[in-house]
Design a protein around this ligand. Structure first.
Ligand SMILES: Nc1nc2c(c(=O)[nH]1)N[C@H]1C(S)=C(S)[C@@H](COP(=O)(O)OP(=O)(O)OC[C@H]3O[C@@H](n4cnc5c(=O)[nH]c(N)nc54)[C@H](O)[C@@H]3O)O[C@H]1N2
Ligand SMILES: Nc1nc2c(c(=O)[nH]1)N[C@H]1C(S)=C(S)[C@@H](COP(=O)(O)OP(=O)(O)OC[C@H]3O[C@@H](n4cnc5c(=O)[nH]c(N)nc54)[C@H](O)[C@@H]3O)O[C@H]1N2
Ligand code: SF4
Ligand SMILES: [Mo]
Length: 720
């Protein structure tokens, strides 16, 4: 048994649950990860990623020196370079001077709109705050966004419309205080595993009733009272039919509706067509189940709703989320312990990156960029001349690449994202990437997007830097430097400040915005000085246990659940909804619906987990399908097939799965050798601009023997 030199307490770098990790260190090397039993969020439990997924930082492919491409890249003829021989190792000075020169040149030639930045939901609040500040304060652009656009954008817009705020209303662990809860569009067991444990405990120990609404037969269905297997994309008619039943059977909370909401009468009238029979015809869910689910949730003492990507990642994602919000407003299941509207946030710090202003429509603290008073506050904080900040909303991630053409976006700065794996319709995304004039990647690895870059800036991983992450419960928690940075890698915040000073010098505005910080805490203090929801949070106060914002002052204990008295918008608002089908339905040519998503062992584009020992647990992609479909195609588990959509095609092996339903196949998004996003459609939700990752039409053929030979040997996990 090794005895550690030290044990460092920090927060998991993978998902939004935000588990507390203890990193065991010997000779400046992390050899083991555990979690203490008194950890507030996870009570000592960790999933396989938290426990074993940290080792990517030691992988030989990790880049720890700044790099510049040997062959200068031209717009239209940009190529991918993964091989280190195509790059030149350079000093930090050379790399940062080069980046500053090129960005300033493009800014002075083409103006603010020619620059854009992708921030990073893996990086800290402080990192994201600084990067959005750099682009807003120096380049005067709001073309600032991050992967939240591909994630809960539909939920965020819907919650803003209905309640005036967008974070999870309650703490996930409060599920043990619910007597009925709905889990919909969330494969919680694989994607928020520790919250799934708490959900199962709520069912087993506390007798709560679980309603799962999901096209796939998820592991949570084993614990559910009801499972409603709907057709992908049919959320609106299903939730509206539940609302219809609640209204018709008089199960509404009339006192709550009168006191706390607006628009009920018109909304109730709009539900007329959404009868259970109509919903059954569209969703494929038995009307009896719809009625039962509505009654169970409405008559609960404390009902809660948890949801994920199966709600938001549709061209009707905003309407889908509104459909859920209506259920809570009708029944008053909000504003109390064990109730609430809970969009489970995905990345370790997607909540924090959004809070810190890494979005095109608002500054840190959700202060709108087009609101004069907000802009003035940040001009003062950043010591910028009055009227200096851009009042125009910026482009979203999905729009930034689409604007990569002369006269549009010319330079893109990507801190820790991977659009060439994670945006829809990759063949088109690739054409956009090729059109950029200048591309910077700041990451740990050269991922599929960084491979297109002109410059690579090596960042440290989460274990080599200080800062904070904000989990799905709005809990701001500490991240600590446990080991020295590998090679010349530097924390994101240091890279950004060093670059900002060089840009300021070139723009002739020396130190106006202030880029000299003594520590990440200093950065947090600056943000909390204006973004008042953090005003009472100090590093001292969150040294042991994080605090849930809003924390308005230093004596405030934090806010486990929101809306006890009112909503930020005053009254909660109902919005009559129409059913808009998915952009591409199955037909004779493309007879299957493809839905995409995640596996327990892997993370998004795979950059971290495929450089980790986790890869051995699930080394190759599969397309999951129902036994009936497999029989129809005359394939069995392990056979190689070609899956094609109107946009692209991939070759991978079949897995006949008990989770699948006939006509709907599932491909995980993690594997570059069969990238799901070569197939997906780039239809967007008109309000939230989120792509329709969860449904498109595909055909499936048995692969050529030569194609099949190129695949790695069949390997199956078969546990969930
Ligand atoms: N292991 C692992 N964990 C992760 C991640 C990861 O990459 N790997 N990523 C993190 C991130 S950023 C996020 S956002 C979360 C995402 O976590 P989830 O939201 O659980 O993500 P998905 O796997 O995309 O699954 C969404 C579910 O939606 C269902 N679905 C599809 N269509 C519909 C529909 O029309 N209606 C309904 N109601 N459901 C539908 C799918 O069957 C699936 O079960 O996970 C986080 N956790
Ligand atoms: N088909 C399909 N596509 C999807 C989805 C889907 O369900 N289906 N889901 C969407 C969703 S919900 C999301 S959130 C997006 C995720 O999309 P992305 O954010 O683009 O994906 P990741 O693979 O998580 O990229 C994270 C990158 O950050 C790097 N990194 C890690 N830590 C640090 C750090 O501290 N500093 C820096 N600088 N870099 C770091 C990693 O090496 C990696 O390259 O994908 C979306 N795409
Ligand atoms: S549940 Fe999420 S935060 Fe917890 S160990 Fe797993 S990946 Fe990390
Ligand atoms: Mo996400």
């Amino acid at each position: 048994m090794i005895s550690p030199d030290r044990i460092v307490s920090t927060t998991c770098p993978y998902c939004g649950v935000g588990c507390n990790l203890h990193l065991h260190i010997k000779d400046d090397f992390i050899y083991r990860v555990t979690s203490p039993h008194d950890a507030v969020v996870n009570h000592g439990n960790l999933c396989v990623k938290g426990r074993f997924g940290y080792d990517f930082m030691y992988h030989p492919d990790r880049v720890t020196t700044p790099l510049i491409r040997k062959t200068p890249q031209q717009p239209g003829a940009r190529t991918q370079a993964f091989d280190r021989s195509e790059w030149r190792a350079v000093s930090w000075d050379e790399a940062l001077d080069y980046v500053a020169d090129r960005l300033v040149e493009i800014y002075q030639r083409d103006g603010s709109q020619a620059l854009a930045v992708y921030c990073c939901a893996k990086a800290t609040n402080e990192d994201n705050y600084l990067l959005q500040k750099l682009f807003r304060a120096l380049f005067r652009t709001n073309n600032v966004d991050h992967c939240t656009r591909l994630c809960h954008a539909g939920s965020v817009v819907a919650l803003q419309m209905a309640l005036g705020t967008s974070a999870m209303s309650n703490t996930a662990a409060e599920v043990i205080h619910s007597d009925c809860f709905i889990v919909t569009g969330s494969n919680t067991t694989e994607n928020h595993p520790i919250i799934a444990l708490q959900m199962k405990e709520a069912v087993r120990q506390h007798g709560a009733k679980l309603i799962v609404i999901d096209p796939r037969r998820l592991e949570l269905c084993d614990f559910a009272t009801l499972w409603l297997p709907l057709k992908p994309g049919a959320n609106v008619p299903l939730f509206s039919a539940m609302a219809h039943v609640i209204v018709k059977e008089g199960l509404v909370d009339r006192a709550f509706i009168d006191a706390r909401t607006t628009g009920y009468e018109e909304f109730a009238r709009s539900l007329e067509p959404f009868t259970p029979a109509y919903a059954e015809a569209i969703t494929g869910v038995d009307r009896g189940l719809i009625i039962e689910a509505a009654r169970l949730y409405a008559t609960a003492r404390n009902g809660a709703i948890y949801w994920g990507m199966g709600i938001s990642q549709f061209s009707n994602g905003t309407a889908s989320a509104l459909g859920l919000i209506h259920l809570a407003l009708l029944t008053g299941h909000i504003g109390r312990l064990g109730t609430g509207l809970n969009p489970l946030r995905g990345q370790n710090n997607v909540q924090g990156a959004s809070d810190a202003g890494a979005m095109p429509f608002h500054y840190p603290g959700y202060m709108p960029v087009d609101d004069e008073e907000s802009a003035v506050k940040w001009e003062q904080a950043w010591r910028i001349e009055p009227g200096g900040l851009n009042r125009k909303r910026g482009l979203t991630t999905t729009e930034i690449l689409a604007h990569a053409h002369p006269g549009g976006v010319r330079a893109l700065y990507i801190m820790g994202e991977n659009p060439m794996m994670t945006e829809p319709n990759l063949n088109v995304t690739r054409q956009h990437m090729e059109q950029l004039e200048f591309l910077v990647a700041q990451d740990i690895f050269i991922n599929e997007s960084g491979a297109y870059a002109d410059v690579f800036l090596p960042a440290t991983s989460w274990a080599e830097k200080e800062g904070t992450f904000t989990n799905t419960d709005r809990r701001v928690q500490r991240v600590r430097r446990a080991i020295a940075p590998r090679g010349q890698a530097r924390p994101d915040s240091e890279i950004i400040c060093d670059l900002a000073r060089r840009i300021e010098q070139r723009l002739g505005r020396p130190t106006s915005a202030g880029w000299e910080y003594t520590s990440p805490e200093d950065v947090f203090r600056e943000m909390a000085g204006v973004a008042t929801m953090f005003a009472g949070i100090t590093y001292d106060r969150i040294d042991q246990v994080g605090l849930q914002y809003p924390v308005p002052d230093e004596t405030h204990p934090g806010t486990p659940f929101l809306f006890a008295e009112s909503f930020p918008s005053g009254r909660g608002r109902f919005f009559p909804l129409a059913y808009v089908p998915v952009a591409e339905e199955a037909d004779d040519e493309y007879p299957f619906i493809l839905t995409t998503g995640r596996l327990l062992e892997h993370w998004h584009g795979g950059t971290m987990t495929r450089h980790s020992q986790l890869d051995a647990l699930y080394p190759a992609p599969h397309v999951e399908m129902h036994a009936i479909d497999a029989a129809r195609l005359a394939v069995k588990t392990g056979d190689a097939v070609r899956v094609s959509s109107r946009r692209g095609s991939v070759v991978l092996r079949v897995e006949i799965s008990a989770k699948a339903r006939p006509g709907v196949v599932f491909i995980p998004m993690h594997f570059s050798e069969a990238a799901a996003n070569l197939l997906t459609i780039d239809a967007l939700d008109p309000q939230a601009k989120i792509p329709e990752f969860k449904a498109c039409a595909v055909s499936i053929q048995i692969a050529d023997p030569t194609e099949a030979q190129q695949l790695s040997a069949p390997s199956l996990r078969g546990r969930y």
